[in-house]
Design a protein around this ligand. Structure first.
Ligand SMILES: C[S@@+](CC[C@H](N)C(=O)[O-])C[C@H]1O[C@@H](n2cnc3c(N)ncnc32)[C@H](O)[C@@H]1O
Length: 232
């Protein structure tokens, strides 16, 4: 009898889903995902409503840019991501929008003082401390003076007990969204292994050390948090 040799689809990006399945699964996987975008648009609308050029690094399938293009007329985008498969999907969605695409991780970007807004939504939590510093440095360098940076991240609470509570909440979110238990456990096991979280305090310190003049928490819940920072 012929034996079936079913191999899992090759990973085409660093998330737990292939690019083709990302949009269908992201809300089931990441609690409050659409809040990250809503908070980001709200903040940019207040701090930088006339933004002309917006870099979204780790843009994934372009979901934030789709919403930002809808809300901010005339804004142009630079969308970067190391995954060609993610960028291809973003390209398909944003055919009517002015976008330059860069295939790169944030730690290798070389833009200088040219953009008004930089966003990095759930895209730096794969990086080691050194890579994260380089990535954040590059986001700072890309901004014009007065420009605003927004990042959302997986975070590490201050104690093992709180981490366990956060992971249980994350597990329950995924189970309640209908994801199979085995898939959920596989995802939860990425925490601290493939997802490299830092605490809120460490993140705020990093942003200050990089040179941002205004550094604040934008939003926080469970194991996710958002930060904003303004380049003085
Ligand atoms: C969880 S997805 C988030 C995508 C998008 N920002 C969103 O809001 O849907 C993480 C994205 O980060 C990208 N990524 C992985 N390593 C990265 C790096 N070093 N720099 C920037 N983005 C990275 C992945 O390819 C993926 O598209």
């Amino acid at each position: 009898m012929e034996q079936k040799n079913e191999k899992p689809a090759p990973r085409d990006n660093t998330t737990s889903q292939s690019a083709a399945l990302y949009d269908a699964n992201v809300e089931k996987t990441i609690p409050w995902y659409s809040q990250f975008h809503a908070q980001t648009l709200d903040l940019v609308g207040s701090v930088m409503p006339e933004s002309a050029l917006w870099l979204d690094t780790g843009c994934g399938t372009g979901n934030l840019a789709v919403k930002a293009a809808d809300r901010f007329a005339g804004v142009k985008f630079i969308l970067s991501d190391p995954s060609p498969a993610m960028l291809d999907i973003a390209r398909e969605k944003l055919q009517e929008v002015a976008v330059e695409y860069i295939q790169s991780g944030s730690e290798a970007l070389s833009l200088r003082e040219s953009v008004d807004v930089v966003t990095a939504i759930m895209s730096h939590h794969y990086l080691t401390a050194g890579q994260r510093r380089q990535a954040t440095d590059n986001c700072f360098a890309a901004l014009k003076p007065g420009g605003v940076y927004v990042t959302f991240e997986t975070i590490r609470p201050c104690s093992e007990a709180a981490t366990a509570i956060g992971l249980e909440r994350w597990r329950q979110h995924q189970l309640a969204s209908g994801k199979p238990a085995e898939e959920v456990e596989k995802h939860i096991s990425r925490y601290g292994v493939e997802l490299l979280p830092i605490t809120i305090e460490e993140h705020l310190r990093l942003l200050r050390q990089i040179g941002f003049s205004v550094v604040e928490i934008l939003w926080a819940s469970g194991l996710q948090a958002g930060f904003y920072a303004v380049k003085g």
